[in-house]
Design a protein around this ligand. Sequence first.
Ligand SMILES: [Zn+2]
Length: 364
Amino acid sequence: MKVKAERTVNEAQTVVASAGSNVYISGAADERYSRQILFAPIGTQGQHKLAERSVSIIGMGALGTVLANHMVRAGVGKVRIVDRDYVERSNLQRQMLYDEEDADLALPKVIAAERKLKRINSSVSIEAIMADVTPANVLEFIENTDLVLDGTDNFQTRFLLNDACYHEGIAFVYGGAVGSRGMSAIFVPGLTPCLRCLIPSADSGGETCDTVGVISPVVDLVASYQSAEALKYLIGDDKARRDSLISFDVWNNHQHMLKLGQPRDNCPCCGLNKYPALEREGEATISLCGRDSVQIAGHPPFDLHVWAQKLEKAMPNLKMNPYLLRGFLPEGERLVLFADGRVLVQGTADPARARTIYARYIGG
Ligand SMILES: [Zn+2]
């Protein structure tokens, strides 16, 4: 009886609370964002600003999925997501928008993410682009956007984003995570230093998530720091902007803030008006892509049905979906053909070996 009585009291309180909310808040959109609107620095005005803003998230792995989740739930008007990869089982430990079915179907990350994000908030416009971000196309992916969010896992692409953003005068929120360590900062052209001012060379010391691993909590923390800066920037709360590079280690319990200070006079982007990563157009069609995986770009788009017929004798276990074709080679490696013309050779980290396999099955 006692339990029942308590429940009745709680139910009554809930009814009162929601009746109160209905008076105070009008419209389904306001109800959805009511807790965010109650947060004074955002308020109704900030919420309306978010609805008018757009972000581009480059990379939809561990960081990107958390970033997209936050941006879409917060009600940012347009969210563009860009990624070149498809979902695999090893992603599920930390890439929070994906599930086992996505991995079984080998869905492109942007397609799987778009489905989830639309279910989370149907009022946000999601633009999903499956592509490899290169010096030749990076500007397309950051155009007409208010803010670029770094969801990448390598310094080569990060520097490319940094240079492209500073070239176009678009703010860029950097984030990186490896092992149990993470760091994040927001860079605003004309106001703050850029990534190159802080880290002149793109050397990760050989430590990547593919060599030393990464735990999920540190990824969530980094992406949450990034998301908080994104919200501040998008509603124009400049006074709240964090003016330091935050770095931390959640396993060994360290935290450090490095004041950003002024842009360096001799920084290519901030001082010399040069954007080194953008100038490498046309370079390197072959790249290491995680552990034991080599990507070869440069082939025209593949007609996957035609290629399935060509390869089915050599690869009797071929699997195809509308975005890619993959299967095991008799040599032991796995070959993945993407509709956009990229080829992934998995099971080797040797570019020469990958070239040999490419020549054998694709040609050229
Ligand atoms: Zn700089």
